[in-house]
Design a binder for this molecule. Structure first.
Ligand SMILES: [Zn+2]
Ligand SMILES: [Zn+2]
Length: 743
């Protein structure tokens, strides 16, 4: 018998399975999904068993040395999913397999919970001829007579240093395994009691359609569109209930577990010990244990972040993706998969139903849910408790400029803050710092300088030039506004620190807290700041995106958005979509108080449709306008994108490589200017974030109607890169198919 083994080395050249003989004594132990150690070239390597072959192979094959983990680490259907993912995202198969088993295997990174098992050559006791030092031999003898010891126990029993264990692991004599730990019973104890809620007619209609599809194994995709508090969660819960009664399993994805403790509590309260939690912040033991509970079928409900889509389910009936529009569903490292894309594929494999939920659906999802589209639209139009949605007031900052106010804070916002301070109520001030690059705008008329070809804000550079980071269009920065001819051109870039400074000057008596990347770098600092604010020990909370999500503070009656324009004009074709989503989310934070809430949004673009639609809180208004822009400019959902990012530590190296790749692509694709081509190649141009961690970054953006055309083009780029042996050492190429991040 011969096993097909995928060697665990993420290099394109070895991305195929190799044949190994299975020694007699391992014959009944090796299965698909096992991790084995094999000789590879002149060294040994780990690999995954992906199949078997019988009959005599043409060439002489080597033998498997040992089994490291019988597994199975993945099921045949997960292997199929990994192969599909590798092909779809143009990555080596073994990398996709690593992603699939990731949440389980990454656990080996935890030292304290490892245990050590001896590996014997072909199942036999090790021969004395192996060159081991006396200390190594002692350690080996202890491991042999006491398999499965922890690191500390093994070290003390053998009387050697822990480093020696690693030496034997490297020599292939010991294997590390993750110790299984207790399940999520800690969470179970503190979960509140939860009653099944009665659905209103609106909810009931949606729930019935979903549950009927689950029952019939009809693999439909539903888009559940409902504002905050419209009762989406109860619909998810009743769908899961249906799945459990049918003996199946359900996967529920949330953007970030840390920000949704309420969701975790509700699921535990409703479904108790059948719930498994899978996300990266669990301890190694917890993760391994929950992974096994899913595989054995004991856990029916899997709640987690994007990687939970790879839970080893047997009988999947339902996948829910809550806040489907969130960019965090896209992995920003290889393999750069989108959990929604993977979920749709997985659901088809299992004949399972998919429910995408959002108050502000992505254009991708909503456009597919319109009549005739592949998704089915379910609308929840009002809040469960019928409380009014908070009012949003737009403040025209151009008027402030005309009135002589050059502060970050407008007169109305200052007055509103003072009013809340007098009443001892709380205020959240929100600043989105996503726009790293500086754009130019007119304080007088609100004009923003944009690229005529890409509809993307031009970025200001130190040499007094304005540059389009999509197509390299360049314009010397004007001194007068081209529209109103006034000398009021400004550059954006105020941070939370500057706001904090100004607010303490304006309101010296107020107690102010700041929540951003700088203040939460310490562990638990995030929760501490929130708790302090929740207890009412501060008046004002200043923060970035972090304050926009999941915060539920009844004392807050005012939310101020310092500058909606920073998101609105970032050099990303999704800038308007992100702004609309953000404002709607921020507004949700103000609606939690019984005293009522108010939202003030400061902007130089009060007439922009994203701002206007957010003020009215009407999704469809925004959707229609934005679709017109996307259609005109040929952006998704009308096309698909692929982004190629080249980076290097040398400033000119990445630029030169990008230029070369651009020329290669344009030639290979036979692109002729001014012609309707199937594919567009934008750039090469410096990326909006031109330097990250000392690496200079350039990018190319490919645009096509069909994903296959896009993938063919990416394949050309990849082959070009693989041939460049010298360049490969200096330049990194990232292929991001269907990118969520354009910076
Ligand atoms: Zn102007
Ligand atoms: Zn452009």
């Amino acid at each position: 018998m011969f096993a097909e083994v995928l060697v665990n080395i993420v290099v394109r050249q070895v991305d195929k399975s190799f044949l190994y003989a299975v020694p007699e004594e391992l014959k009944n132990k090796v299965q698909i999904g096992a991790c084995v150690r094999v000789p590879f070239g002149r060294r040994v390597a780990d690999g995954y068993v992906v199949g078997f072959k019988s009959g005599q192979p043409a060439e002489k094959v080597k033998e498997i040395i040992a089994i490291l983990d019988r597994g199975p680490l993945f099921t045949p259907s997960q292997l199929a999913l990994a192969r599909w993912m590798a092909a779809y995202y143009l990555r080596p198969t073994v990398e996709a397999i690593q992603a699939v088993i990731g949440p389980r295997l990454k656990a080996t990174a935890y030292r304290q919970s490892k245990e050590y098992w001896p590996i014997t050559q072909n199942g036999l006791e090790i021969s004395s001829s192996l060159p081991l030092t006396p200390k190594q031999t002692a350690l080996w003898q202890v491991a042999l007579t006491n398999p499965g010891l922890s690191r500390t126990r093994l070290t003390s029993l053998a009387g050697v240093s822990p480093a020696l264990i690693d030496v034997l692991v490297k020599k292939g004599l010991l294997s590390e395994r993750v110790r299984t730990g207790p399940a999520s019973d800690i969470l179970l104890n503190k979960a509140p009691k939860n009653e099944v809620l009665v659905l209103n007619p609106n909810q009931k209609a949606a729930s019935d359609l979903i549950n009927t599809a689950i029952q019939a194994k009809n693999p439909k995709v539903f888009l559940l569109h409902g504002i905050t508090d419209s009762g989406k969660t109860e619909i998810y819960l009743q769908g899961v209930q249906q799945v459990i009664s049918l003996g199946g399993q359900a996967i529920i994805l949330v953007p970030e577990i840390a920000l949704t403790p309420q969701m975790v509590d509700i699921f535990f309260a409703r479904f108790g010990s059948t719930v498994a939690i899978l996300h990266s912040r669990l301890s190694a033991g917890e993760r391994f244990s929950d992974w096994n509970r899913v595989q054995s079928g004991e856990a029916r409900v899997i709640l987690g972040t994007r990687s939970a889509i790879f839970a080893p389910v047997k009988d999947l009936r339902l996948v829910v993706i809550d806040e489907e529009h969130e960019p965090s569903y896209k992995q920003e490292e290889n393999p750069r998969y989108h959990a929604r894309t993977v979920a749709l594929r997985l659901a088809r494999q299992h004949q399972a139903v998919v429910v995408l939920g959002s108050a502000t659906p992505s254009l991708y999802a909503y456009s597919r849910a319109l009549s005739g589209g592949p998704f089915r639209l379910l609308e929840l139009s009002h809040r469960v408790d019928r409380r009014p949605i908070p009012e949003i007031q737009i403040i025209d900052m151009r008027q402030e400029t005309k009135g002589g106010n050059r502060h970050l804070f407008s007169q109305p916002l200052q007055e509103a803050i003072q009013d809340r301070l007098n009443k001892k109520e709380q205020v959240i001030l929100f600043l989105n710092r996503r726009g790293y690059a500086t754009f130019v705008f007119c304080r007088n008329c609100g004009l923003v300088m944009k690229c005529p070809h890409c509809n993307i804000s031009l970025c200001y550079h130190a040499n007094n030039n304005l540059i389009c980071h999509y197509c390299d269009y360049l314009l010397p920065a004007p001194s007068l506004c081209p529209d109103c001819q006034e000398q009021h051109l400004g550059y954006f870039g105020a941070g939370t620190q500057k706001i904090e400074k100004e607010i303490t000057l304006l309101f010296p008596q107020a107690k102010v807290l700041r929540l951003d990347k700088d203040t939460v770098s310490r562990k638990n600092a995030h929760r501490q700041i929130i708790t302090t604010f929740q207890k009412g020990e501060a008046d004002i909370l200043i923060g970035t995106q972090m304050v926009a999500k999941g915060l539920d503070i009844p004392g807050v009656t005012l939310v101020g958005v310092i500058n909606a324009d920073i998101t609105l004009h970032m050099p990303d074709f999704r800038a308007s979509e992100r702004t609309f989503q953000l404002l709607m989310q921020v507004a949700g934070r103000a609606g939690r108080s019984i005293k009522g809430g108010e939202v003030l949004v400061q902007t130089y673009s009060p007439q922009h449709y994203a701002i206007v639609a957010a003020q009215k809180q009407v999704y469809l208004d925004f959707f229609r306008q934005e679709m017109m822009v996307r259609r005109k400019m040929n952006y998704p959902p009308f096309t698909r994108l692929c982004r190629l990012v080249l980076s290097s530590t040398g400033p000119d190296v990445a630029a030169k490589a990008a230029g070369e790749l651009g020329a290669k692509l344009k030639k290979a694709l036979n692109l002729t200017p001014f012609q309707e081509d199937q594919i567009d190649v934008l750039g090469p141009v410096m990326a909006p974030l031109a330097k990250i961690k000392d690496r200079y970054r350039w990018h190319l953006i490919l645009k096509a109607k069909e994903i296959t055309i896009l993938r063919d083009a990416a394949q050309i780029a990849l082959s070009w890169y693989e041939e460049k042996t010298v360049l490969k050492r200096k330049v990194k190429l990232v292929i991001d198919l269907e990118p969520q991040n354009m910076m």
